[in-house]
Design a protein around this ligand. Structure first.
Ligand code: PRX
Length: 672
């Protein structure tokens, strides 16, 4: 075994002082509570739900049956409001002047909102939405950059019971349209422009010719970021001006525990993104519970002996357009009464140490990012980190994909200041495994106490019971054996349905293995019970931790005039984890050349957004298909990697394989 292999397989320990103030003191206690949580979930979740203020108490913790109603209903008939729990209750308890959301702009502007100020801003935005006719249950689409208004308007929706559907700012206007149409949003909130790396970039103008085709939209609410003139539409409303004239008094709508809080679209195996539906009570309890135990930060719910003003500072670097931003920047930390940081810009502008500068400036104690960001930063070396005073940092974390050894080690050594030796000790790296669908973490180490193994998301969170299954649904107990990753019981934060398509929800997640939630991932367990995620078993590609459906990318490529057909597969990328390798069959008579490749890439970016970029395009006369016409992606992946192609007997057209292999050989070695 090489030195690095040995290091990789060691256990790494959190700094021991963290355990002295931890909410769960040690691994024995963790195991005991976990056992109780899966044996008596109703008792466990009833205890956790005490963190939430209900206007009307709930009747039952969970009603469902694993047979035909796997997810069931949580905290039935309880009435509550998420914005109330995130904001108003802290004001009512006398913490109105304490900091809540700390927003920092690219230009260094800091807007630190006290709970009272946040309440006023959110109420004004809520009244502004109401003045546009938005009522409880209406859908509001938010397509915004990481400006403070994004946080404020999402909380405003929660306040009045409107359902927000946030679309990542890096997606295209076409994707916004698809999402608006699917859930029939009444209002679209958009920024005039975006600030990116010191420049103003257009945003609203991209809607020209597209928003006119969204019949459900009654108003386009424009948030002024730069105030520069942009394309105007007859349904436009100056939302910044409208907000400024509103009263700061707006009651919180009592919502049923099972009322929808938000829809968030995510990629699936078909071209149409799925509207993942999260509801009010269960989502809130689950998000709070996971954050409280895993990170152990001091917050108004439990000050752990700190003065309110000296609470820990939580910084999650995700974009609010993803589930991580929803759960980990806004809802869970605010409901716990934490100080939560939101940053407008990118990690490398105006300089390569921007994240670390923010940590120093705002006194960040808990820092949560993605492996792709770590890979991007580690190439600039330790100097960029060491320039800054990170002495306040207590815990680090990652999400979105496997944190592989090189980036894990760098994070541990350089940011975590961890030791080496037989029993390495340092700032813990929380490896959190979860999905848009699951509301918050299902596998995760408890930062203060869990011994870590690089690349492993360790053990289940309370109330989650993971199982490894083979194709027949039988349990696999052999260590280091790849298996399907599923859960045999529900938890409160699990999605309830796919918006407008409950059958799709059932068939995607609950059918492959009866009485189980299937994640779509492969995983394995080692002899000590540590879980390792091995990647997707379906056609989802992860680029920079972002989830892209193959079918969606292919639809964007296919809409180019010169393209007859395409198929994409993941290809390794040193920064992004994976990138997109596209096989493209052209219309007859069209010649494939470099210029056309560039044009296809440009077209895809316009159709699907800048986050979607096929970095390799290979023209091919045909694609390998089964007799039923299904593209055999396994073969395409193998050809792209120049690996073993395996059995091609089931192909309807095995002869295309050799042609593709030859074509691939012409491209030579491709390294990103
Ligand atoms: O494949 C798993 C991977 O990301 C998928 C979920 O993606 P998304 O819904 O975009 O949510 C990402 C942020 C919550 C999973 O099915 N994934 C997520 N976290 C990890 C991970 N893979 C390995 N380790 C993780 N910690």
């Amino acid at each position: 075994m090489s030195e690095s292999d040995k290091e990789k397989q060691k256990l790494y320990y959190p700094s021991p002082e963290l355990a002295t103030t931890a909410r769960v003191k040690n691994m024995e206690e963790y195991k005991k509570i976990w056992k109780h949580s899966v044996e008596k979930p109703r008792e466990f979740w009833a205890e956790e739900a005490k963190m939430v203020d209900f206007f009307t108490p709930y009747k039952e913790v969970w009603t469902g049956s694993t047979d035909d109603d796997f997810v069931g209903k949580w905290f039935t008939e309880g009435k509550l409001n998420v914005a109330y729990n995130c904001i108003d209750r802290w004001v009512e308890k006398g913490f109105g002047d304490e900091e809540s959301l700390i927003w920092m702009g690219e230009d260094d502007t800091i807007k630190s909102y006290s709970f009272s100020q946040l309440k006023d801003e959110v109420s004004k935005a809520a009244n502004a939405l109401k003045s546009l006719g938005v009522k409880k249950g209406d859908r509001v689409c938010l397509w915004l950059p990481m400006i403070s208004e994004l946080a404020i308007i999402m909380l405003a929706c929660a306040r009045i019971g409107a359902i927000h559907s946030i679309v990542f700012g890096g997606f295209s206007a076409e994707s916004v349209k698809d999402r608006i149409d699917d859930s029939e949003c009444k209002v679209l909130v958009v920024a005039d422009e975006v600030k990116r790396a010191g420049k103003a970039k257009p945003m609203k103008i991209n809607l020209k010719g597209i928003i006119e085709q969204c019949p459900s939209i009654e108003h386009v609410a424009v948030v002024k970021v730069t105030g520069n003139p942009t394309y105007e539409y007859e349904k436009d409303v100056d939302f910044s001006a409208l907000m400024a004239t509103q009263s700061a008094d707006c009651p919180c709508e009592p919502m049923d525990s099972e009322d929808v809080l938000f829809i968030l679209y995510t990629s699936g195996t078909t071209g149409k993104p799925k509207g993942v539906v999260h509801t009010t009570g269960g989502y809130l309890v689950y998000g709070m519970s996971t954050n409280k135990y895993v990170w152990d930060y001091s917050c108004l719910l439990d000050l752990k002996g700190a003065e309110p003003k000296d609470r820990d500072v939580w910084y999650c670097t995700a974009d609010i357009g993803w589930i991580t931003g929803h759960t980990q920047i806004i809802y869970s930390p605010l409901a716990l009464g934490a100080k939560t940081v939101m940053y407008e810009g990118t990690p490398t502008w105006p300089h390569k140490g921007r994240f670390w500068e923010i940590c120093q400036k705002l006194g960040v104690t808990h820092f949560y990012t993605a492996p792709t960001a770590i890979r991007a930063l580690m190439k600039y070396g330790a100097e960029e980190v060491n320039k800054w005073d990170l002495s306040k940092l207590k815990m680090l974390g990652t999400v979105g994909e496997v944190c592989n050894w090189p980036e894990w080690k760098w994070y541990w050594d350089v940011v975590g200041k961890g030791t080496g030796g037989e029993k390495p000790v340092g700032r813990p790296i929380v490896d959190s495994y979860w999905q848009t669908e699951t509301g918050s973490y299902m596998m995760v180490n408890f930062g203060s106490i869990t011994p870590m193994k690089p690349g492993s998301c360790t053990f289940p969170f309370f109330g989650c019971n993971p199982v490894l299954l083979n194709e027949e649904g039988e349990k696999i107990n052999t260590p280091m054996t790849q298996a399907y990753f599923a859960y045999d019981m529900p938890w409160p934060g699990l999605m309830r349905t796919v918006w407008g398509d409950h059958d799709r929800f059932v068939s995607t997640y609950l059918t492959k293995f009866k009485n189980h939630y299937f994640t779509g991932d492969y995983a394995q367990i080692d002899e000590k019970g540590y879980y390792f995620i091995l990647g997707r078993s379906d056609d989802v590609i992860k680029v920079s931790g972002h989830r892209l459906g193959s079918a969606e990318v292919e639809a964007a490529i296919n809409s180019h005039d010169a393209v007859a057909e395409s198929a994409v597969c993941p290809y390794p990328h040193s920064m992004k984890g994976s990138t997109i390798f596209a096989y493209v069959t052209l219309m007859s008579g069209v010649e494939g050349n470099e210029e056309l490749k560039t044009d296809i890439v440009k077209h895809v970016r316009a159709m699907a957004g800048p986050a979607v970029k096929p970095e390799v395009i290979m023209f091919s006369d045909a694609l390998p298909k089964t007799r039923s016409g299904k593209i055999m992606r396994r073969v395409l992946k193998a050809i792209a990697l120049q690996g073993d192609i395996g059995n091609v007997m089931t192909l309807a057209n095995p002869e295309v394989v050799q042609a593709l292999v030859d074509e691939r050989a012409k491209l030579g070695e491709i390294k990103f």
